[in-house]
Design a protein around this ligand. Structure first.
Ligand code: AMP
Length: 288
């Protein structure tokens, strides 16, 4: 296991990364909000495959939480995170405080907005969420100056939003995406899973089962409205309160007609006080 260096000061981070770059090393980066699990660790491994050194950041970003969301109770476990990152092969943990990230304060921060793709689905249910995500990711990219950055497909829409920002602003960073890491019962790993009561934890895998049924129904030719209506009904039946359960094209537009092609089923639903999101990418035409 490599020893991990934990940095909290921007000057030290910059000096470390500049030293690597002088040595001709490629720098990989994994931004996170901490309380790390195997999904995050898989992104460290992915970044490692594309880089010689890996930095992971842990920062619970206030600008991406709505006023009534879980910012204050979001789980913070920096010591476990450092140990897990070291085991996963991360070289440096970047652990900035709010003043380092937002020198003028979060409310006075220069903000980013990616039009269109930020405004639907998660963006419609969490106004300003993706502005906050892009605001912090842009800052992190300036701080770390990675050659390659890894994001998870668990946050499918976030992946599209960040890609768009990077392309539009010509950030000199390559982006790579990691597959969703799931528990053995299918529940997508998430820091928020620890909020679930034992009863809700037992129900939670139904989210993934509904996604699998949405894929089967679509591939068997069911019309989208029916697939979505049945998914919403199945979620309610299992005790969820869905925000949405939809089929979209890969770029999150509504599929037009029955033209086959790449699709993604996306669900956001509340179980008790916990809001879970998950998705499944597939092709609408059965192959073979
Ligand atoms: P978070 O700490 O929730 O902000 O997530 C940090 C990064 O880890 C994001 O790119 C997420 O998409 C990714 N991630 C979170 N959960 C998973 C998972 N179960 N599988 C793969 N990637 C994940």
């Amino acid at each position: 296991m490599t020893a991990i260096q934990t940095l909290t000061e921007l000057d030290r981070l910059r000096a470390t990364v500049a030293g690597w770059k002088r040595d001709g090393l490629r720098v990989g980066f994994v931004p996170t909000m901490g309380n790390l699990h195997a999904g995050h660790h898989s992104l460290v491994a992915l970044a490692r495959r594309h880089a010689d050194r890996v930095v992971a950041s842990v920062f619970v970003n206030p600008t991406q939480f709505g006023p009534n969301e879980d910012f204050t109770r979001y789980p913070r476990t920096p010591e476990d995170d450092a140990a897990g990152l070291a085991a996963a092969g991360c070289d440096t943990l970047w652990l900035p405080d709010v003043a380092t990230m937002y020198p003028f304060g979060p409310d006075a921060a220069v903000r980013m907005h990616v039009p269109a793709v930020s405004d639907v689905l998660e963006g419609a249910h969490r106004p300003g969420h993706f502005d906050g995500v892009c605001t912090v990711v842009a800052r992190l990219f300036h701080q770390v100056r990675p050659d390659v950055a890894a994001f998870g497909r668990k946050d499918y829409q976030q992946w599209l939003v960040v890609r768009r920002m990077v392309e539009d602003l010509a950030f000199p960073v390559e982006l790579v995406a990691g597959d969703i890491v799931r528990e053995s019962d299918g529940l997508a790993m998430s820091s928020r899973n620890r909020y679930l009561s034992p009863e809700d934890r037992a129900r939670a895998p139904e989210l993934h089962r509904v996604l699998l049924r949405m894929r089967v129904m679509t591939q068997e030719g069911a019309v989208r409205a029916q697939v979505e209506a049945e998914a919403n009904a199945a979620l309610r039946e299992a005790g969820f309160v869905p925000d949405y359960a939809v089929i979209r094209t890969a770029d999150l537009c509504e599929p037009v007609g029955e033209l086959p092609g790449p699709r993604v089923a996306l669900i956001a639903a509340r179980l008790g006080k916990t809001r879970l999101i998950d998705n499944l990418e597939f092709d609408s035409a059965l192959s073979g």
